[in-house]
Design a protein around this ligand. Structure first.
Ligand SMILES: *[C@@H]1O[C@H](CO)[C@@H](O)[C@H](O)[C@H]1NC(C)=O
Ligand SMILES: *[C@@H]1O[C@H](CO)[C@@H](O)[C@H](O)[C@H]1NC(C)=O
Ligand SMILES: *[C@@H]1O[C@H](CO)[C@@H](O)[C@H](O)[C@H]1NC(C)=O
Length: 373
């Protein structure tokens, strides 16, 4: 490691790269949902690891269970820590029955998007003739239960149907009026939480947690060398540093040179000596960019509507810090799989041969194009 790198680490990285979060990751089974702050398993007693209301448990079939104060137990399908969303489902596979009595008070969860639905019970002969799909788990041979998000449709079928209830139902996305029907409830129950707010921390690749055993304050922890260090601030500092260091080196070199030649030869020759001092090759040691053909050989990805990225990547570009939008072109560095806006990373790699996130040097022998170097 060069003196510059030691200086670099000391000055800029030390305060931000902290130890792993204080709490371990847990799971109910090898394929189940990763559980970490603000969630914790109920049996992790005595540990200052979870936020109130975020207790989970495991059942004997290794399902992850969330118990809501007024709505009973749900199984957890998925937890999105950076979007702060949780996806629940009914252990008995009858989500509509649970939705009819859903009461989220006393829990930290709320619906991110909700839509008004009318539940109706109809004579079975009626629904057989109409285009409604029935909610099978609520229906029997004489009564069929349907649900619609269209008030006019609900009006038009009652009678013969009777309105059971009109409710705000949490949905993944809102449906157009005549589009929404019973079938939507075969989906999971999507809920969001807003407190504690760990969105910034998680999208930068950090782990949220209590600062200490006795503190209620939230901190952001970064795991060193796990290829997860998406810290915008860090990237910003690296950029500043890569500009500042050559400038400072240059300035110091000029000053020393000028001072030395001053004392040796007197001030009459200072100007020409200063100019030769500028020609010092020193500053260019620090950042050497990659050849254009190598940059172009790295994989490009066009984002889909889901904006889902492969590998250890967040939802925003670590270089420009703006969120990715559908159809944007990204480029990923093959070794570490970190992705960025293609424009951003191309510009970066022309100036530097390291990944902006993990600082590993991409291999020069990645593609046939690499032979040029
Ligand atoms: C939820 O249940 C609690 C306790 O039974 C009750 O006080 C509250 O009004 C209910 N909320 C709704 C929206 O029904
Ligand atoms: C069907 O369900 C309705 C209400 O849910 C109930 O009143 C009725 O007795 C049930 N009929 C049969 C045959 O189970
Ligand atoms: C925090 O609590 C855990 C479990 O009670 C204990 O093992 C750990 O040493 C504590 N850490 C500090 C810094 O007090």
């Amino acid at each position: 490691m060069s003196t510059f790198e030691v200086l670099f680490l000391f000055l800029f990285l030390q305060p931000i790269v902290q130890a792993t979060g204080p709490c371990p990751l847990s799971m109910c089974g090898s394929n189940s949902v990763p559980i970490r702050f603000p969630f914790k398993l109920l049996d992790q007693l005595g540990q200052h690891c979870g936020y109130p209301g975020f207790d989970l448990s495991c059942n004997s079939d290794r399902n992850t269970v969330l118990k809501l104060p007024y709505s009973g137990e749900f199984f957890v399908r998925k937890i999105d820590y950076s979007m702060q969303q949780i996806q629940l489902y009914d252990p008995d596979n009858c989500l509509p029955r649970r939705l009819l009595h859903l009461n989220l008070s006393g829990s930290p969860f709320a619906s991110a998007v909700s839509q008004e639905y009318t539940f109706l019970s109809c004579p079975t002969q009626f629904t057989i003739k109409s285009r409604f799909s029935t909610i099978d788990c609520l229906s029997n041979s004489t009564v069929s239960v349907i649900a619609t998000s269209s008030p006019s449709l609900a009006d038009s079928v009652s009678p013969p149907c009777k309105i059971i209830s009109t409710l705000q139902i949490p949905v993944q996305r809102p449906f157009q009026y005549d589009e929404g029907s019973s079938a939507d409830f075969n989906l999971d129950l999507p809920l969001a939480w807003y407190e504690p707010d760990c969105v910034d921390c998680e999208t930068q690749g950090g782990f949220c947690g209590f600062r200490s055993n006795t503190s209620e304050a939230i901190g952001c922890f970064f795991v060193p060398k796990a290829g997860l260090q998406h810290n915008g601030l860090r990237v910003f500092r690296i950029i500043c540093f890569s500009i500042a260091l050559p400038a400072v080196t240059c300035f110091v070199a000029i000053s020393c040179f000028a001072f030395l030649s001053d004392s040796a030869r007197g001030s009459s020759t200072r100007r020409s000596n200063t100019l030769t001092g500028v020609v010092s090759p020193q500053p260019s040691i620090f950042m050497v960019g990659l050849d254009e053909s190598i940059i172009q050989s790295y994989e490009k990805v066009v984002l889909g509507e889901s904006r889902r990225l492969p590998g250890p990547n967040g939802i925003s570009c670590p270089i420009c810090l703006s969120e990715y939008c559908p159809k944007e072109t990204l480029r990923c560095i093959p070794e570490c799989k970190h992705c960025f806006h293609a424009d951003c990373v191309d510009e970066w790699l022309r100036k530097s041969n390291t990944c902006p996130v993990c600082r590993n040097s991409p291999s020069l022998a990645h593609d046939s194009a690499a032979n040029i170097v």
